[in-house]
Design a protein around this ligand. Structure first.
Ligand code: IPM
Ligand code: MG
Length: 368
């Protein structure tokens, strides 16, 4: 493969701080593993708004379409709360997802053994947890028309539309079944077929795809509210959870907390295969811009570094190097290195964002 290209969009809040540590990791793989990556960088979210008056410039959008992968930090912050809806930082992120057609959002929730005590749930419920939520990312109520706030009589009405076509459901279902085959071969699909027609269609199509091409995968269905309850009751019953855009947004935050800290979770948003056979892709930590700790050197860079590990695996064909990076992070956590989001043990002093970066680079060195 020719030199892979990566567009880095640090964004807002802690995005730039955690991305700084990813750059060091990229540098390490270049120096020590001969893994050259053609890295470019641009603005998204509030940072783009400040410079261009829009949360994603057209040139940045065009660049994102050309590279092998995009790595995004975070968008948003209180400074932008009062902006018009159309230029809010989040619109930049949603435009990337939509125009790159990244319909399959993989959100792994894995509980590192060293962190099992940080979960709000009891250790035995989460220790060894390893599930992935596959969230549909380009349709549903996030994008459905009609939408808006209209006047009706003497009051305003807020409208959003949940809308799914069969082909939209089919393609994300396929990606969940494919993923399950590489894991424990189980998919649980979640919707609200008891109250929503879109949920009835969702269930039908998932069953059809299953029967036609993936009968070897164990499939179950759950109403999304029950799914939320089961996620905190007995999360280890799941392997792959397949769900729509809005339920996936909510269920993935819930799943994230099972692992102890939002600061640990990466994600991959994948689209259709490009000419080189690999999917169009954007990687991002699940945590947001965390304005409350921005600029204090407290942010945990692990979610963003793990997102780069996912890029190594899914976009750059470097599964063994992704394993190496994930093992280094697991090792650092086993050694007791903690950022401020991971406190609570006796006598532990937190390291800074760059201190965590130092520890991970040292572990990578030790892996050679
Ligand atoms: C997420 C976030 C986004 C979403 C926001 C920032 C638009 O919550 O990626 O989960 O709602 O999809
Ligand atoms: Mg969310």
């Amino acid at each position: 493969m020719s030199t892979p290209s990566l567009l880095i969009l640090p964004g807002d809040g802690i995005g730039p701080e955690v991305m700084e540590q990813v750059r060091r990791v990229i540098g390490w793989f270049d120096d020590k593993r001969g893994l050259a990556i053609d890295v470019s960088e641009d603005l998204v979210g509030g940072a783009a708004y400040d410079k261009h008056g829009v949360p994603l410039a057209d040139e940045t959008m065009a660049k994102a379409q050309e590279v092998d992968a995009v790595l995004l930090g975070a968008v948003g912050g209180p400074k932008y709360d009062n902006l018009d809806f159309s230029v809010k930082p989040e619109r930049g992120l949603l435009r990337l997802r939509k125009e790159m057609d990244l319909f399959s959002n993989l959100r792994p929730a894995q509980c590192f053994d060293a962190l099992a005590d940080f979960s709000s749930l009891k250790r035995d419920i989460v220790a060894g947890l390893d599930i992935v939520i596959v969230r549909e990312l380009t349709s549903g109520v996030y994008f459905g028309e009609p939408r808006g706030i209209i006047e009706e009589g003497n009051e305003r009405v807020g409208i959003n539309t949940q809308r799914y076509t069969e082909s939209e459901i089919e393609r994300v279902a396929r990606s969940a079944f494919e993923l399950a085959r590489r894991r424990s071969n189980k998919v649980c699909s979640m919707e609200k077929a008891n109250v929503m027609e879109s949920g009835i269609l969702w269930r039908d199509v998932v069953n059809e795809v299953h029967q036609a091409d993936y009968a070897d995968v164990e499939l179950s269905h759950m109403y999304a509210d029950n799914g939320a309850m089961q996620l905190v009751r007995a999360p280890k019953q799941f392997d792959v959870i397949l769900t729509d855009n809005l339920f996936g947004d909510i269920l993935s935050d819930c799943a994230a907390m099972l692992t102890g800290s939002l600061g640990m979770l990466p994600s991959a948003s994948l689209g259709a295969p490009m000419e080189n056979g690999r999917p169009k892709a954007m990687y991002e930590p699940v945590h947001g811009s965390a304005p409350d700790i921005t600029g204090q050197g407290k942010a945990n860079p692990i979610a963003c570094i793990l997102s780069f590990a996912m890029a190594l695996r899914y976009s750059f064909d470097q599964g063994a190097e992704a394993d190496r990076l994930e093992a280094a992070i697991e090792g650092v956590l086993a050694d007791g290195v903690r950022t401020a989001d991971l406190l609570g043990e006796e006598g532990v002093t937190p390291v800074s964002t760059s201190g965590m970066g130092d520890a991970i680079l040292a572990k990578l060195d030790a892996s050679l």
